[in-house]
Write a protein that binds this ligand. Sequence first.
Ligand code: SF4
Ligand code: SF4
Length: 193
Amino acid sequence: MFGQGLLKGLSVTLGRFVESYTEDLRWLFKRYSKVDFRSSSDTRGTFTVQYPEEKLNTPEEFRFVPFLVYDEGENGEKTVRCTSCGICTKACPTQCIWIVRTNDPATGRPVPQPAEFYIDADICMNCGFCAEYCPFDAIKMDHDFAIASYGRNLLDKEKLLKPASYYASIRPKNNAREEAARAEKAAAKAARA
Ligand code: SF4
Ligand code: SF4
């Protein structure tokens, strides 16, 4: 029928409009967390988020400029996972990662640790290739998107380093999957030995 599509579209808009009000009534009676509900796939109606006073939850797979992961020892020592292999620099489409490898001052031979590590956050396009290709789970995509500044956002090693516990807090499912894979690999290695 002529105009059927138009009517269908308008009915969806009307439904959303009505749901915007019924959702508020439901919240009045049930008092659930609006932020959690609006951040979920069950959200209904149209609504305005009063950012920055009100913030929606960040989905686990959200990607922003990467950070470097370090493991924390029992005495608080930091073990940087990065071995300065350089794979992420090759995978990065915008070439915004720079790494300086550490050399043993006595022998001059390379040490698997980055002496310097830079990411130009102004060029990074948040594609996540570096995190995908890193064989050591040493670089991960962050959730912290509020890093705008008037200057150039060139992040050095100190700014990029964050503990593994932070990674586990922002990406619990990914972290659990990777921990399980690591444990499985370690068990297989032990069994071979
Ligand atoms: S972050 Fe990963 S891929 Fe990049 S240099 Fe370090 S270990 Fe290699
Ligand atoms: S997210 Fe993409 S663009 Fe940004 S540093 Fe990683 S590979 Fe490069």
